[in-house]
Design a binder for this molecule. Structure first.
Ligand code: HEC
Length: 170
């Protein structure tokens, strides 16, 4: 009786160990998608960061957006200090506008569209105002052509605010 009783958990353990080793290997095989030109990735834990401000985009984009910042970003905003220090990271989430099915006057986030990231590193990104850029769709960085547009627009319009559009919404 005893060998049979022992054989079951042993086999289960072996299976579990094999499965765990396999999934660890798979996790390593899939590196995070990095943006062309800048090598920016989606930062870990950004969804727990603080809200800086929302934004609404009219036609044709029709989006609701939220800009979140890490601790360095939030401190700089609260102190009103510019330029943002190295290590500042800003993440913009975007969704298509959707009508609420539960309350007609309300517009709510529909399908998620992009996650965009700006990372401050004044040495590494000296030629683009100290900012590295990344745009991601479904977690994957978009092409180089799109990344060539980022700094040009931010530079043309918000050079005097350290190339950052978003102001802190109090
Ligand atoms: C044609 C202009 C334009 C281009 C091109 C552009 N942005 Fe922006 N970006 C904006 C505006 C306007 C905002 C302010 C928030 C909003 O309205 O969405 C913004 C906000 C951001 C923010 C939040 C911080 C801030 O500056 O307010 C990030 C992060 C960002 N953009 C990343 C990118 C990346 C990455 C690219 C290139 C792939 C890019 N942007 C290209 C106009 C632009």
């Amino acid at each position: 009786m005893k060998p049979v009783y022992l054989a079951v958990p042993a086999a289960t353990l072996l299976l579990a160990a094999t499965w765990m080793a396999g999934s660890a290997a798979r996790a390593e095989e899939k590196p995070k998608s990095a943006s062309p030109i800048y090598g920016v990735t989606i930062p870990d834990g950004y969804r727990q960061w603080e809200l800086i401000a929302p934004a609404i985009e009219a036609d044709p984009l029709n989006e609701i957006r939220s800009v979140l910042g890490n601790r360095k970003a939030v401190e700089a905003y609260r102190n009103g200090s510019l330029p943002f220090p190295d290590g500042t990271v800003l993440v913009k989430l975007a969704w298509k506008k959707a009508p609420s099915t539960e309350f007609a006057p309300a517009t709510i986030p529909g399908e998620a569209t992009t996650v965009q990231v700006m990372v401050k590193d004044s040495k590494k990104y000296a030629s683009t105002g100290g900012w590295g850029f990344g745009r991601f769709v479904n977690g994957q960085a978009v092409d180089e052509a799109q990344h060539q547009t980022c700094f040009a627009c931010h530079q043309a319009r918000v050079r005097d605010h350290d190339f950052v559009f978003t102001r802190y919404a109090r």
